[in-house]
Ligand binder design. Structure first.
Ligand SMILES: Cc1cc2nc3c(=O)[nH]c(=O)nc-3n(C[C@H](O)[C@H](O)[C@H](O)COP(=O)(O)OP(=O)(O)OC[C@H]3O[C@@H](n4cnc5c(N)ncnc54)[C@H](O)[C@@H]3O)c2cc1C
Length: 256
């Protein structure tokens, strides 16, 4: 399945941080079928610039209440800047759900950095019966506590690390992982964020014998496996397409 193209109606598009926005889009087919860790590929302009769709993870989906999907996005270039101009009632061409989801388990440690927090929020608000989770959020400083506020309506316990120590523990999420893992019987670690952070998270999880899944944010072309634009090396000489084989991989398959 390569997803549905839906002309999603923008329901909300709000700035929640200096360069971070949240958008709710009425896209009922995706809302009904999306799984945690999957993404949609949005076409931000009818013109040829930008030509390629932009991949954005589902930060949430809600099949019951109106069939909406939620995207959390950081403005980094032309495509994401165009998205900020959309207002309720506008349409956004969304292709999804795409990619392989996270495989959830009974007791998860979620680790998100920057916009990599989006899929962690999605897992946290879609826990299945019998599943529980704690989340470590890594961000720069206290001006970014809005990331933690996003988890207020979820049942997960939130731990914070900041680069400058202005909120939570000073340092990266890996600073508090060993104590948390030693104090809890986690059945898996799931992470999304900057690659150096994910490599560190995967290493700590490996050292402490907890299986780890990582979500790669490779630049993409088509998003559906056709263009080979997002290839990455896998263990034992394998070659993966991040859009189709991922973006979620067992850590040992892509960090070796
Ligand atoms: C599976 C997947 C899920 C993603 N989920 C989210 C999300 O939930 N929220 C979010 O804000 N972003 C997410 N991204 C990243 C997002 O796709 C890019 O930031 C976006 O495509 C940039 O488009 P642009 O036109 O604004 O910037 P461009 O003009 O294309 O690029 C601006 C700058 O951003 C860098 N950049 C662009 N794409 C990426 C990328 N994939 N990884 C690292 N650097 C990049 C470029 O190198 C350049 O320096 C995700 C990417 C992938 C592959």
């Amino acid at each position: 399945m390569s997803g549905y193209v839906e002309q999603g109606e923008v329901v909300r598009n709000e700035q929640i941080g200096s360069d971070v926005w949240v958008m709710d889009i009425h896209a009922p087919k995706q809302a009904a079928e999306a799984k945690v860790g999957q993404f949609c590929n949005v076409r931000v302009a009818d013109s040829t610039a930008p030509l390629l769709r932009r991949p954005i993870s589902y930060a949430g989906f809600d099949a019951e209440k109106g069939g909406t999907i939620t995207l959390l996005y950081r403005v980094v270039g032309k495509g994401t800047e165009i998205m900020t101009h959309l207002v309720p009632g506008d349409t956004l061409d969304c292709l999804g759900p795409l990619g392989e989801p996270f495989v959830t388990s009974k007791n998860m440690l979620l680790v998100g950095g920057g916009v990599g927090i989006a899929p962690m929020l999605c897992i946290s608000s879609h826990l299945k019966e019998g599943e529980e989770a704690q989340v470590i959020l890594g961000f720069r400083n206290e001006s970014e506590t809005f990331w933690a506020d996003l988890f207020n309506d979820t049942p997960v316990k939130v731990h914070i690390t900041t680069d400058d120590g202005s909120v939570g523990t000073k340092g990266f999420p890996t600073a508090i992982m060993p104590d948390l893992i030693n104090a809890n019987a986690f059945t898996s670690v799931m992470t999304c964020g900057p690659t150096p952070m994910m490599k560190g998270v995967a290493q700590v999880a490996k050292d402490l014998n907890v299986p780890c899944q990582v979500s790669l944010e490779e630049r993409m072309g088509c998003g559906t496996g056709g263009c080979l634009g997002c290839g990455c090396d896998g263990a034992e000489g394998k070659r993966y397409k991040v859009c189709k084989d991922g973006p979620v991989f067992p850590a040992e398959e892509v960090f070796f």
